[in-house]
Ligand binder design. Structure first.
Ligand SMILES: C[S@@+](CC[C@H](N)C(=O)[O-])C[C@H]1O[C@@H](n2cnc3c(N)ncnc32)[C@H](O)[C@@H]1O
Length: 381
């Protein structure tokens, strides 16, 4: 009998102490919340999806945000316990919580570990005070260092995020910051280039020419430098922006990139679930109040539940999977090959050194990895 496909749960906690000027995630300024109402709603939503999927055990549970380290401890503990009761966990599950590196939150890291969280993801963003000020962060570099140390003592598995390609950041500046981060010997790091997202304060600043992001050439050089420095330190990329020691790649994020199953609860959460052989996309109501009301009225928070056709699945599978160093399986009987013109375009991209196809595995070459979006649209047109 075939093994059931792996599955995880994503819980979106939408509140933050302040809204960062670059961020376009589904976030709201922290306010007094009704913890009991939230836990009740999340439990109900989980129960709805468990009824359809709980012949499987969870490989991962991920509290993302927003800033879930600001959520009540009892709520995090209650969600973990609910998942245990509804599905149960596979051996050695990954239970991640995103946290900000303020002193107030560090004090709670051990409590989260005691509640069952076994991996912390810290939004450090930079270890440089000037950069942190530019990014509108609530912490300084000294607090970030203290938070990394607190994460190291409370968790075997932890990671932190840095943002680079800031205006006026030279290769030397970034190399110094990156080496500083690597000196903590983290088992995992997420290294993101600053993206100017629509409808953010940064988009407005760039539009009024308050500052200019680095040009494409410098961004590409910074990316290449990142690959070089991290590989030399034994923390190579396993995904476009994610780096890990062997065995430390995020089990939960691998579900996304390998196009496997995950349930999304909390406001604005996305899910992809295989139900009765069909691939289903889900999306919950975005605002906290709409989400809570929907769960209370209908027993689940979904605003959208849609079956994806083969073409939509292919587009998602390529755009997620080609980010991975391991690439994606692409055998001769794959739906991809039902279109000869598409197969020819793939051959051209392989011939021109953008993609690499070997024994049924498709990967981006280093030259292709920096222009994935255009490769994928070329493949799919
Ligand atoms: C939504 S945040 C949540 C983490 C945490 N609450 C925090 O504020 O650090 C997830 C991560 O996405 C990254 N991120 C968000 N917006 C970004 C942008 N415009 N450009 C690059 N990275 C971004 C940041 O590194 C951030 O840590």
């Amino acid at each position: 009998m075939n093994e059931p496909p792996p599955i995880g749960v994503y819980v979106h906690w939408p509140y933050c102490a302040r809204i960062c000027p670059y961020c376009d995630f589904n976030v709201y300024k922290n306010k007094q919340i009704d913890a009991e109402r939230w836990l009740h709603a999340l439990k109900r939503d989980l129960k709805y999806w468990a009824a359809k999927t709980n012949e499987r055990k969870l490989v991962s549970l991920y509290f993302g945000g927003g800033t879930p380290s600001l959520a009540p401890l009892d709520l995090v503990a209650g969600v973990i316990e609910t998942c245990e009761n509804l599905w149960g966990f596979e051996a050695d599950p990954e239970i991640t919580l995103e946290a900000n590196p303020t002193d107030a939150e560090q004090a709670r890291f051990q409590n989260f570990a005691d509640a069952g969280v076994n991996r912390l993801s810290l939004g450090v963003q930079s270890l440089n005070d000037e950069a942190l000020k530019f990014l509108g962060r609530d912490h300084d570099a000294a607090a970030a260092r203290r938070a990394i140390e607190a994460a190291q003592s409370a968790f075997k598995h932890y990671t932190f995020d840095l943002i680079y390609a800031l205006p006026d950041q030279s290769e030397t500046d970034w190399e110094r910051d990156l080496k500083d981060a690597l000196s903590f010997q983290p088992p995992h790091l997420s290294l993101y280039q600053l993206t100017i997202e629509p409808d953010t304060a940064f988009e407005k600043a760039v539009a009024r020419k308050a500052w200019t992001p680095p040009d494409e050439g410098l961004s590409a050089d910074l990316f290449a430098l990142t690959q070089e420095v991290t590989s030399a330190s034994g923390l190579p990329a396993y995904e476009t922006s994610n780096h890990a020691h062997d065995g430390e790649a995020s089990k939960h994020n691998l579900l996304y990139w390998r196009y496997q199953d995950y349930i999304g609860v909390g406001p604005g959460a996305h899910g992809r679930i295989t139900l009765n052989g069909k691939r289903v996309a889900t999306e919950t109501h975005r605002t906290p109040e709409d989400y809570l009301t929907a769960v209370e009225q209908h027993g689940h928070g979904a605003a959208l539940v849609e079956t994806l056709d083969q073409e939509a699945q292919l587009a998602e599978r390529l755009s997620m999977g080609l980010r991975l160093k391991e690439g994606i399986p692409l055998y001769a009987d794959d739906y991809f090959y039902t279109d000869d013109a598409r197969a020819n375009r793939l051959n051209e991209l392989v011939r021109d050194g953008f993609l690499f196809l070997d024994c049924g595995t498709l990967r981006a070459t280093p030259k292709g990895a920096v222009m994935l979006n255009s490769l994928i649209s070329r493949l799919l047109t």
